[in-house]
Design a protein around this ligand. Sequence first.
Ligand code: GLA
Length: 382
Amino acid sequence: MTASLLKEFVQRYGQEPLLVAAPGRINFIGEHTDYNKGFVLPAAVDKRIYAAMAKNGTGTVNVFARQFSESISFDVNETQPRSGWINYLLGVTYYVQQTGTAIEGIDVLIDGDVPVGAGMSSSAALCSAYGFALNELFKLDYSRMELAVIGQKTEHNFAGVKCGIMDQFASLLGKAGHAIKLDCRSLEYEYIPFNFPEYKIVLVNTMVSHSLAGTEYNLRRQQCEEGVELLKKYYPEIKSLRDVSYEQLTRHWKEFNATVYDRCTYIVNENQRLLAACDALRHNDLPGFGEMMYASHKGLSKRYEVSCKELDFLVEKTKLINGVVGARMMGGGFGGCTINIVQENGIENFTEQIQQAYQQQFAKTPEVYVMQLEEGARIISQ
Ligand code: GLA
C-alpha cells in the first residue's frame, strides 16, 4: 500500500510527501473505564491509517481520502465542524494551533486498512496519523501524549463523541509485542509483554457498524457521572467511579436509579477485573486472563448494556470451540468486533466454526483478523 500511496501522491500533487502510519488498536480488557478515570489495557495492531503529506505554500489543506475516493479542502484557520470524516482533520488542524503555533497549507493523501466502524478506532488512528505528520512537517514539538489529547479533543468537539483517551493513546504509544496498562487519571502507563507464542489474538467482526455508539456512548458517560454525584454527598473525596469501592456502591443501592446502579456496578467491577487480568498476564496465567475477559463481556452485556445480539452470539459460541481461552466484545459496543484469544493450531477450526454458525444465524459472514501487536505512530518515509 505504501508504494502505491507515494506514487499517487506524486501524480496528484507533484511532489514527494512525508509518509506516516498510525495503527488501530485492540483492547484486552477495561472497557468504558477510560472516561471514568480508571484503567485500560489496549495495544496497537498491524492495521493502520497512512497519511502522506507535504506543504503546498498556500493557506489551504487539500485532502484526498483514497478509501472513500473523496476530495475535500478547507482553510487552515477554519474553526467549525462540518460533517463526516473531514472533522477529524479539521479538529486536529484547529487544536495543534491552539498553543500559538500557526501552520500553513498542505496536501494530504489518506488511506488505510483499519476497518471503519469495527471498533478498532479508525478515527483515532486517522487523528494520530495526521497529527503526527503535522508535528513532523512543522516541527511543532508536541509529545505523543499531547498529540493523543489533541485527538481526543477533536473527537469530543468536532465529532461529538465524549470519548476517553484510550484509542488515541494506544495508536500513538503502542509497543510491539506488548499490551499497555494505562492509568487514565495519572496517564502513567506500563508495557506488559503479551508473550504466548502458541496463542493468537483474533478479532471477529460482526459486520454491524456501531452507528448507535455516538448517542448511547455519551449517555453512558452521563449515567456514570450521575452515580458519582450521588456518592459524592457521602464521600466528598470521590471524583470519578475510579475512586468508588464495591462496598461504598452497594451500601447506597437503594438511593440509586436502577439503571445508573447497574452502570456503576459494571465500571467498579471492570476496574477490579482489569487489575486481576494484569496480574494474570504477569504470571503467564492465560486461563485466568481469559476468565476475566468472559466476565467483562457479561458485565458489558447485562449491566452496561452496550452489547448486541450479534456480539453476544459470537462470544457465547466460543465457549463451544476448542482452544479459545477468552472472548469478549471490544470497544464502544453496539457492533464492531469481538476479541478472542485462540490457540494457534486451532485458528482454522475456530474460523470455520464461528463463520458457519454466524452465517446460519445472521445470514452474513463475519470477517476474522489475526492480529499482531505493533509500534505506535511512526514515520515510514520522508
Ligand atoms: C471507544 C472510545 C474509548 C473507550 C471505548 C470503550 O473506543 O473512543 O475512549 O471509551 O470506546 O472502552
